[in-house]
Structure formats: C-alpha cells, structure tokens
Ligand binder design. Structure first.
Ligand code: FDP
Length: 314
C-alpha cells in the first residue's frame, strides 16, 4: 500500500480529495466518497442548529419540520443520486431500494443518522456508508470497495477505507476534512469492552465471555451509539464491542448491510476482527436487506476468545 505519509504521522494540510488522489483511487469512487463528505456538512449543520426536528412539529417560522434522521436521509440521498456514479442506493431510514442508473458503477447502502434517538440527549451520533461495485446490494461484505463513517461528536470526524488502510479526517472551521491520522491500527488485545443487549438475556457463552473480560480488569465503555462506540475502538486502537445473539433473539440487533459490513471492513483494515461469534461478518451471504447478525468486533484476540467460548457454550 502506498501511504501519503509514514504510519502514525499527522499531516493537517492534506484534505480528503487530495488524500484519495495521492492514493491513486478510482476517480468515480473518489467522487462518491467526496459527495458523502459534502453531504455530512449539511447533516452536521442540521444537528448543530439545535432544532431537534421532531417529525410532525413546526419550527420558529411555522414551517413543517422533518425529524433529523429523515432530513439526513434526504440530504445524503440527493447527493448520491446526483453523483452520476451510482447504480443503486439503499437507506436504513426508508428501507427501499432505489435504482438510480443502470450504468452507474456502485451500489451504496447507508445509515444516514445511526443512533438518532441519542440526539435529543446530546450524545454522539453518526453516518455509516457501505460501497460495493455494481448494482447488486446483496453482496457479502468482503466485496465492499469502500466503507466510511462520519462521527458527529464534540468534533466531526470522517473515517474511511478503500481497502488501503484506514484514515481519519477532522472537519475544520471551513468545514473541510483534513487528515489527522493515517493508517489507523488496532492492537491485538485491549482493555475496554462495550457490551450491547440485556445481560440477563445473554447466552452462556457470552455471559462467560463478558465475565472473563471483567475478571481481566476490562473497563466498561458503552455509549449506545454504534459509530462512537466503534470509533472509540478504532482511535484508541483497543477494545471490543459486542451486540450478541440473545436468548430471545438469536439474530442480534444490528443490521448487516448498513452497520455491520461497513464497520467490519474498516475494523479489519485496521488489523482487528469482526465475527458473529461463529463466522466472519464479511463472509455472510446476505439474504435480504433486513438481515441482522450478532457481532463481536474489535481487537483480534478478544474476538477470538469470544468465538472459542461461544463454540463451547453457545
Ligand atoms: P439506536 O437504536 O439508538 O438507533 O442500531 C442502532 C443502535 O442505536 C446503534 O447505534 C447502537 O449501537 C444500538 O442500536 C444500541 O442498542 P441498545 O439501545 O439496545 O443498546
């Protein structure tokens, strides 16, 4: 892989488009990633106006408001449709497949505002995007050509990979994304765990797993937002996030096409691992756009320990 700078170094002057160009990325893919980045500027603005946009209410001027997740969906969808390079899009918000252009190069699945229920309590939320070649959305995650997320926290950051490492950018005062960390790497094991789902519904394997982490002194860090929780693992370079199969729900909660595939792609690119507890997330053959799966994602050895305990105890 040709890196723009040495691993671990910081270059504030490189913007997203230049980074993609210097890595010699496909021009249409560059365009698509930059369209998503541009859309996120409008999304962050909507979040920051403090106008919570509860659907069915009106704003100061008596205009009808859109819920923030609906608004974010419209912003992103419009940019993707006008990019000129997209064949098919699918949003977590509307759950409808939109055939944009049969000659388009890419299919895009996205969650425009993941964790939107956290906006009104002022916790971090994010946008997640998965990009595959061709118009077929139901491809296993290993076929993704790129994945990215944008985290709307105290700072707005964008993390992307086109299969050549994982790179982090930060939005500056001009609302441009500039490179902050190139070639993000995750350690083999960690000291943080983020457990989703109700503990009293964990299976024996997951319960033994979480207890083993606690015995080893792992600290609990769970925000309830998938993007900030994954970003924590990514940027601290350590940790494990799980949203497991539960006794009353063997499929888990998180959705394969919009959440798990893009995050698994990014985490693997950074040297981590992502598993259902039984198989690699990126090898799952999707059966439908609603597919969900349990997930153990983060430091490689921590995911492997989960797999061992689940194989033994379920
Ligand atoms: P949310 O329901 O608030 O939209 O998949 C959505 C998600 O949030 C993830 O962002 C988050 O990791 C998970 O669900 C949280 O689920 P719990 O509320 O069950 O913890």
């Amino acid at each position: 892989m040709t890196a723009v700078s040495e691993p671990g170094t910081t270059k504030l002057q490189i913007d997203l488009r230049r980074h993609l160009r210097e890595l010699d990325e496909d021009r249409d893919l560059t365009r698509l990633i930059c369209e998503v980045a541009d859309a996120s500027k409008y999304i962050v603005n909507s979040i920051r106006t403090g106008d919570l946009g509860v659907a069915g209410t009106s704003n100061l001027y008596g205009e009808d408001q859109l819920a923030l997740d609906v608004l974010s969906d419209r912003i992103l969808r419009k940019r993707l449709i006008h990019s000129g390079v997209v064949a098919t899009i699918l949003s977590e918000e509307t759950n409808e497949v939109i055939e944009v252009d049969p000659n388009g190069k890419f299919s895009v699945a996205f969650d425009p505002l993941d964790g939107s229920s956290l906006v009104d309590v002022n916790l971090a939320v994010g946008t997640i995007v998965s990009i595959c070649r061709g118009g077929n959305l139901l491809q296993p995650g290993r076929e993704q050509v790129a994945a990215m997320y944008i985290l709307y926290g105290p700072r707005t950051t964008l993390v992307y990979s086109t299969g050549r490492g994982v790179h982090e950018f930060q939005m500056n005062h001009l609302m441009e994304y500039t490179l902050t960390t190139e070639n993000v790497r995750i350690k083999p094991s960690g000291r943080i765990y983020s457990p989703g789902g109700q503990r009293n519904l964990y299976t024996e394997g997951t319960e033994k797993y979480v207890s083993s982490l606690e015995e080893k002194g792992y600290k609990l860090r769970y925000s309830g937002g998938f993007v900030p929780d994954i970003n924590q693992v990514m940027m601290k370079g350590t940790g494990i996030f799980l949203y497991p199969h539960l006794r009353d729900n063997p499929h888990g909660k998180l959705r394969l096409l919009f959440e798990l595939n893009p995050m698994a792609f990014l985490i693997e690119q950074a040297g981590g691992k992502a598993s259902t507890g039984k198989q690699r997330i990126l090898d799952i053959e999707p059966q439908g756009i609603d597919d969900r799966a349990p997930v153990f994602i983060g430091c490689r050895e921590d995911v492997e320990t989960a797999e061992e305990l689940i194989a033994r105890y379920g």
